[in-house]
Design a protein around this ligand. Structure first.
Ligand code: THU
Length: 142
């Protein structure tokens, strides 16, 4: 039992596994799927989309959240993330943590635990002291 409880976490992880199918990862060979649960219970999925100019690659998590936000959804409860191996842990990269924190600093992050179960993190645990609006205000010249 994880310290953070996400009802339906296993189902969310299964949806992340399905969302991985269309991943476009010809350069890394590392396909990722994400399933983002909003506060109304709908799920927004994403996969990674790579580019021959490697830095233009978009991760699965950002695909999912940008899809949702572009449809007017901004409130989220949890995101499940899975890499090529259904059982291996795959925590979001630093850039995705910052983008997720913009809309859902309290988000629960569901990943496989590497042993056939799931692990649930809090985003604040994965990205403590995120850059936020307070920093933006404080850092402006007066
Ligand atoms: N990737 C994701 O989609 N999400 C992450 O959080 C980590 C990395 C993708 C980017 C790239 O296409 C591949 O995995 C290898 O880094």
């Amino acid at each position: 039992m994880s310290p953070i409880d996400v009802p339906g976490a296993e189902s969310l992880l299964r949806q992340a596994i399905q969302a991985r199918d269309p991943a476009y990862a010809p350069y890394s060979g590392f396909s990722v799927g994400a399933a983002l649960l909003d506060t109304s219970g709908s799920v927004h999925t994403g996969c990674n989309v790579e580019n021959v100019s490697f830095g233009l690659t978009v991760c699965a998590e950002r695909t999912a959240i940008f899809k949702a936000v572009s449809q007017g959804i901004r409130d989220f409860r949890a995101i499940a993330v899975v890499g090529p191996d259904d059982r291996a842990a795959c925590a979001p990269c630093g850039s995705c943590r910052q983008v997720l924190a913009e809309f859902a600093p309290e988000l629960a992050v569901v990943t496989p635990d590497g042993a056939g179960g799931i692990r649930i993190w809090s985003l604040t645990e994965l990205l403590p002291a995120a850059f936020d609006r307070t920093d933006l205000r404080a850092g402006r010249p007066s």
